[in-house]
Structures are given as C-alpha cells and as structure tokens.
Design a protein. Structure first.
Length: 197
C-alpha cells in the first residue's frame, strides 16, 4: 500500500500536468487538424468493433503528427458508440467537443504505456475501502487501489439534490468487476457537482 501512495504522490502529478498542457494546446490544434480531416475507409482494424451507430465513419485529423497526439486512434474524430448515440457526430462542433473537450489527448493512452495499463486482471487488483465506488445511488464511498506499477484513488460523497462530489486520481481500477481483464487509463478528476442518480 505504501508503494501505491508514493505512486500517487510522485508519479501521477507530472503525468497529469503534461496531459493537461497538451489538452490546453489541443484547443488550438484540434481545429487545425479538423480543417482537412480525412475519412479512412475501411476503418482501421482496431476501431472496427468499437463504433456501431450510423452514419459513423473513422475520421482522422491531418497532418499525421496532429492526429497522433490530438486525434483518437480508437474511435476517430466522430467518437465512440456512447458519444454518437444521441447526436450528429459528423458536425464540426461534435468532433471538436469529442477530441478537445470530452476526450482530450486520448492518444496518450493508446501510444504511451504510462497513461494506460493493458491486460489488468481485475481479480488481482488490491484495494482498501469500498470495492465499488460510482457516481450513482449506492456507489458512495472511498477506495485506494493498486495493481502492478500503478495505483488509483476514487471518492464519491453525495450531498443532496441528486448531486455528489466525485474525485478520481491515478488509474481507473475497478476491483468490483471480477472475472474481467481491463485496460484502465490514468486520470485526474475533481467534480463537485456530478449527477448522483
């Protein structure tokens, strides 16, 4: 557990700050990349089973350097199935929102292993606190979890009117999801006004 605490104190902050700097730069770079974005047909093999709604197409930013950093290797500019289920994912605003605001610099997780842990066996995640912590009714609690080289912290506290304080820091481990292999990504989230329903 000490190793997990040290990881959260010394390793996560510089990684989060670097991602934040790139995300802020993405507010400029994503619009540049969208000017001449291109549809890749057929979609790359790794994206083929990730998006099901129509009229979705795999759309990459240009030039390639911009796409490698501010694009989305998993979903393209038109987003994943949760994102494009209830909106026109082909509009400029939807693509900007997905790449620059909702899912900024997601390729860090895809290309750089220190932003995502692949092949995590959820049964082997160590934790103290509550096994399941969610921003949903019944999911309030606190959890410190660790696995291999990484660690994560998750806290949810309801405060009324269907709202809660949610803090998530480090890797998004879910030890309650037993029997699964997952690929948690690194995050830092402080949301004092999250829905709790």
């Amino acid at each position: 557990m000490l190793k997990a605490i040290l990881f959260l104190i010394f390793i996560v902050p510089p990684l989060v700050l670097w991602k934040l700097a790139l995300a802020l730069l993405g507010l400029v770079m994503v619009p540049i990349g969208l000017v001449k974005s291109k549809i890749i047909n057929p979609a790359p093999e790794y994206a083929g089973d990730r998006t099901t709604d129509q009229p979705w197409q795999f759309e990459a930013l240009t030039p390639k350097l911009v796409d490698n950093i501010w694009g989305s290797a998993k979903y393209g500019a038109q987003g994943n199935w949760f994102w494009n289920d209830d909106q026109d994912n082909t509009s400029w605003w939807a693509k900007f929102n997905w790449l620059a605001l909702r899912n900024p610099v997601s390729n860090l997780e895809y290309y750089f292993p220190w932003y995502e842990m692949k092949g995590v066996v959820n049964d082997d995640i160590n934790f103290v606190g509550d096994a399941a912590v969610f921003d949903a009714v019944g999911g309030a609690g606190i959890q410190l979890s660790w696995y291999g080289r990484g660690a994560g912290f998750h806290y949810v506290h309801p405060w009324g009117n269907g709202r809660c304080l949610r803090i998530r820091y480090g890797f998004k481990f879910q030890p309650n999801e037993t029997g699964r292999v997952s690929s948690p990504s690194l995050t830092m989230l402080i949301a004092p006004y999250t829905d709790y329903k």
